[in-house]
Design a protein around this ligand. Sequence first.
Ligand code: FAD
Length: 447
Amino acid sequence: MATSPFHVAIVGGGITGLALAISLHRRGVSFTIYEQAAAFGEIGAGVGMHANAVRAMKICDAGLLAGFERVATRNAWASKADVWFDVLDGTAAEPASEPEKLAPLFTLIGHEDGHAACHRARFLEEMVPLLPAGSAQFGKRLLSVDGDGTEVDGDGPLTLVFEDGTTAQADAVLGCDGIKSRTRAVLVAAHGKDNGKSNDDRAAIDEAKPTYSHKFVYRGLIPMADAVAVLGEERSANAMLWMGPDRHALTFPVNHGQTLNLVAFVTTPAPWPSHDAQQLVLPATRDDALRDFAGFGPNVLGLLGKAAPQMDRWGLFDLAEHPLPQFYRGRVCLVGDAAHASTPHHGAGAGMCIEDVAVLAELMGAVKSTGELPAAFAAFDASRRGRDQWLVASSRRAADLYEWRARGRDFEAIADEVRARQAFIWDIDLDEAMAKAKEDLARRLAL
Ligand code: FAD
């Protein structure tokens, strides 16, 4: 039952938007989700969640955590329970005398938990029933807030303008609209005007744009029996990372071990072929992937050979070159990929989105009036921006480590650096971060 004296618009119903809606619902905050698609939907691929993300889900909502646990798959072997990834040389062949005995170069031990992953669509199916009836509207593609960037600073209700010609009003707008966020463009336009820039909408969108990291990825879901035929039992049932020059691949079980998730990364100097990055996903074939991984060993090539003949490739874009100076303005606030889209080399982008949600929901749950919302968003920004933007930069570095560009083939140095970076992600004390954010909010409200 919503008890808040304000109503918020959540733009976008991906992992961030839905987790935020569920978390606000539990805290009595009134909201409507506006999603551009005709229904909630996630891609057919896996997503890994680290211990920090699982802890954040617990703060968000007990039902969200329970839903994730119902669909989560962990390493199957007890001996691998705390392993995040065994890291192998993807270019190597098995020793001739001992098939399936290629030894890991090093092992990354997850803190508290090894590797929890799920099929994205299954997680979404767990989240949707946790929403109150009638809280989402579909076919609502946001174009602008109040028509241009300036009025986001006013005191009155905010007007959302949608592509279908309709409008809606809310006391605050939470932009959860992902990597190509339109809400981000609204904020950047308003910020640009402060700095004397013209109100040219196109220029504002350009400044808010993610850029190509010169990496793309082939993603595949491989039936477990096929995976076992290539990798053997141990390496199919547990998470593996296959390193190589300018390429690397991840494999981990999803769907309670029925399917192996394959994520195969390629670095290239070539530009992304879709004009103006209109399309982040382009069609490709298994043969393209096999050609790109020429020089890899029989494990990675064997798995790619088991992928479907028609594959997609995903351009990896991020906000590393355009970090936002602020995640909010007035009563408009960006959350999740809209604020800090990252490449996925720490496997932690969605986890950071869930951390965002936990902090923002707690702050908004503590707010007593519309006028207090900007203070909550300021406290959210102060709590989250440094960590979220660190991930964006560090993720690029992680790919350079795995692909032997940053430290060559010095595997000890690679292991040490990756471990330190992962520890920063895993070891956050969320209770402490939350307490500090709430103190910060109290201080701002007392001013
Ligand atoms: P999105 O999932 O992009 O959702 C945005 C929603 O907003 C969509 O429903 C969209 O339709 C809607 N929308 C967009 N524009 C508008 C508009 N104008 N009006 C209305 N609605 C709109 N993270 C991990 O933690 N672990 C992993 O293992 C992992 N693997 C990854 C692998 C790859 C290859 C990639 C690319 C990313 C990976 N990530 C991973 C990152 C993770 O996928 C993202 O961080 C996460 O999905 C972002 O969720 P979101 O809800 O913020 O954005």
